[in-house]
Design a protein around this ligand. Structure first.
Ligand SMILES: Cc1cc2nc3c(=O)[nH]c(=O)nc-3n(C[C@H](O)[C@H](O)[C@H](O)COP(=O)(O)OP(=O)(O)OC[C@H]3O[C@@H](n4cnc5c(N)ncnc54)[C@H](O)[C@@H]3O)c2cc1C
Length: 464
C-alpha cells in the first residue's frame, strides 16, 4: 500500500503544516539503491557525488533534464557564499575563500571547463558567475566519475514510510509510475518533498510570509567597457541607477517594483546576468510557489517584468543599446518554500552573532539577503562567519532521511543567508558523509553525531 499525499492543511494556528494522506497501490518496483537523492540542485549534486564516490550505490532523481536546480534552471547565476565578508563597504582585504570541500571541487571543474568568472564585488563580499551550460555538464562529469546514476524527467510524487523509515518512493516518469527502494534518502528537492510527503512537519517562512521569486535573465551584445564604466565595479546597483528605474517606471507606465537590482559579469564577453524582477500577488502579498496557480501567476508576471527591466537597460543604460535577451531561467527562481522541522533550528540570532558550533558542517559569511519589497534587506556580517549545525538537516520525523539545501530547518532571516549555493554544496556534502558514516557503523542516520560528520568532512577536504 503506497500513501499518496494530496493537499496541505494548516495544522496549528501559527506556522506548522502537515499533509493530508490518501492511499493507492499496484506500482511496479523499478530500482533498488543504497541511497536515493531527490533533486539535482547544488545540494543534491554534492550529496550524490559524495555517496557514490564513497562506494554507495546511488541514484539521483531529478524532475528536469539537467542538474543545477535554481542555480541553473532558475539561472541564479553566481556562486555566493564562498568568500568572507569584509568590513563595511571597503573590501580592502580582497576575496578570502572560507568554503571548500565539494564547493571547491565543482568550482575547480567550472574553472577548468571555462565556465566561471573571476571573483566580482557584491556589496562587502565577492561572488563568481558561472555559465549555466558549463555548470550542467561539469556537475554531470563529477557524478559520472563518482559512479552515481541519474534519472532525469522523473518526479517524486510520494513515499512509503514504515516505523520512521522511508522504504520506497513513488516516481512519475514519462513511462508512468514506478517504485524505487533505498536504505537512505536525501531530500535536496528545495521543497522538502520527501519530508512533507512523509507527513513531517514544516514551516513556510515567517508565519507563511516567504521571500519573493525572481525571473533572472541573461543579456548578450553588451559593450562591456561602456557598461562597467557606467555601472561601477560593485554588482549591486547604485542609488543613481535606482533613480533611472524610477524614471523608467513613470515613462513606460509599468511596474518595476525592485529598485535595488544586481547585475553580474558572466564568464563570456558581452554577457550580463540581470537579477532584477520580483513578483508578488496583486495585493502585494507573497506568492506560495508550491501552489501551482500561484507559481503560474509568478511565471507570467515575472516574464512581463523581465521585459520591462530589459527595456530600461536598452533605453537608459550605456553599453546596453544593442543588447538582447538570450536566455531566462527555465522557470521563475524560487528562493523559499518549505523549511523542515529538524533536531536543530538555525536561528536568526545565530547568523547575526556569527555563532560557531562543534557540529558545524558549513561555514557562511553571506549576508541575510531577504527579498521582499522594493529594496531587498541586506544585513552584513563583519569579517566573520557562522556555522550551520548538522542537526538542521535531520528531520524530526524520520530515521533514514537527511535534508540539505534551501529547505533545512532555519528561521526566516537565517534562511535568507544560508540558502545560497556554496552553503547548499556544503550541506549536500555533509548529508552524503553522514549517510556513509551511518552505513559503515550501523548507527541510524538520525543518531549520527554532528561532530563526527564535521570530522569526516574535514578528512574529505572541507576545511571547517
Ligand atoms: C532568483 C534567485 C537568485 C539567486 N541568486 C543566487 C546567486 O546569485 N548565488 C547563489 O549562490 N545563490 C543564489 N540563489 C540561491 C540558490 O540558487 C538556491 O538557494 C540553491 O540553488 C538551492 O539549492 P538546493 O539544492 O537546495 O535546491 P534547488 O536549487 O531548488 O534544487 C532542487 C532540485 O530538486 C528538483 N526537484 C524538486 N522537486 C522534485 C521532485 N518532486 N522530484 C524530483 N526532483 C525534484 C528541482 O527540479 C531542482 O532541480 C538564488 C535563488 C533564486 C531563486
Amino acid at each position: 500500500m503506497i500513501t499518496i499525499n494530496t493537499t496541505s492543511v494548516k495544522k496549528s494556528e501559527n506556522t506548522i503544516y502537515q499533509k493530508e494522506q490518501i492511499t493507492c497501490d499496484n506500482i511496479e518496483l523499478i530500482g533498488q539503491y543504497d541511497v536515493v537523492v531527490v533533486g539535482g540542485g547544488p545540494a543534491g549534486v554534492a550529496a550524490a557525488e559524495t555517496t557514490a564516490r564513497k562506494g554507495l550505490k546511488t541514484l539521483l532523481v531529478e524532475k528536469n533534464g539537467f542538474l543545477g536546480g535554481q542555480a541553473v534552471g532558475g539561472l541564479s547565476g553566481t556562486i555566493c557564499g564562498l568568500y568572507l565578508t569584509n568590513e563595511e563597504w571597503t573590501c580592502k582585504n580582497g576575496p578570502k575563500q572560507i568554503v571548500f570541500g565539494f564547493a571547491e571541487k565543482l568550482r575547480k571543474r567550472l574553472l577548468k571547463n571555462g565556465g566561471l568568472s573571476e571573483p566580482q564585488l557584491y556589496g562587502n563580499t565577492y561572488v563568481e558567475a558561472h555559465d549555466p551550460f558549463v555548470w550542467k555538464y561539469s556537475a554531470e562529469e563529477l557524478l559520472m566519475e563518482a559512479g552515481a546514476e541519474i534519472l532525469y524527467h522523473t518526479v517524486v510524487t510520494d513515499v512509503k514510510v514504515e516505523k520512521r523509515n522511508i522504504k520506497e518512493i513513488v516516481v512519475n516518469t514519462a513511462d508512468g509510475y514506478g517504485l524505487v527502494q533505498a536504505d537512505y534518502f536525501i531530500d535536496t528537492s528545495g521543497d522538502a518533498v520527501l519530508v512533507a510527503n512523509s507527513g513531517g512537519e514544516f514551516r513556510m517562512g515567517q508565519n507563511g510570509v516567504v521571500q519573493n521569486p525572481s525571473l533572472i535573465f541573461m543579456i548578450n551584445g553588451v559593450d562591456d567597457e561602456r557598461f562597467w564604466n557606467y555601472f561601477g565595479e560593485n554588482t549591486i546597483c547604485s542609488d543613481d541607477f535606482s533613480e533611472k528605474i524610477r524614471e523608467a517606471e513613470k515613462k513606460f507606465g509599468v511596474s518595476l517594483p525592485r529598485k535595488k537590482i544586481w547585475i553580474f559579469k558572466c564568464p563570456n564577453k558581452g554577457q550580463l546576468y540581470i537579477n532584477a524582477t520580483s513578483v508578488s500577488k496583486k495585493d502585494g502579498n507573497c506568492l506560495n510557489c508550491i501552489d501551482a496557480e500561484e507559481k503560474t501567476f509568478a511565471e507570467i508576471n515575472s516574464r512581463k517584468q523581465a521585459l520591462a527591466y530589459f527595456r530600461l537597460l536598452k533605453e537608459y543604460i550605456p553599453g546596453c543599446e544593442n543588447s538582447y535577451i538570450t536566455v531566462t531561467g527555465s522557470e521563475v527562481g524560487v528562493r523559499q518554500t518549505r523549511s523542515i522541522v529538524a533536531k536543530k533550528t538555525l536561528l536568526n540570532k545565530d547568523v547575526e552573532n556569527c555563532i560557531k558550533s562543534d557540529e558545524g558542517i558549513a561555514k557562511s559569511s553571506w549576508p541575510i539577503e531577504l527579498h521582499r519589497g522594493e529594496k531587498p534587506k541586506l544585513y552584513w556580517l563583519q569579517d566573520d562567519y557562522y556555522e550551520i549545525p548538522f542537526g538542521t538537516m535531520v528531520p524530526d520525523c524520520l530515521d533514514n532521511v537527511l535534508v540539505a539545501g534551501r529547505c533545512i530547518d532555519a528561521e526566516h532571516e537565517a534562511l535568507a543567508s544560508s540558502r545560497v549555493t556554496a552553503q547548499c554544496f556544503s550541506e549536500g556534502h555533509a548529508a552524503g558523509i553522514a549517510v556513509v558514516l551511518s552505513k559503515n557503523s550501523g548507527i541510524k542516520v538520525y543518531d549520527i553525531e554532528g561532530k563526527d560528520v564535521r570530522k569526516a568532512l574535514n578528512n574529505d577536504g572541507a576545511r571547517l
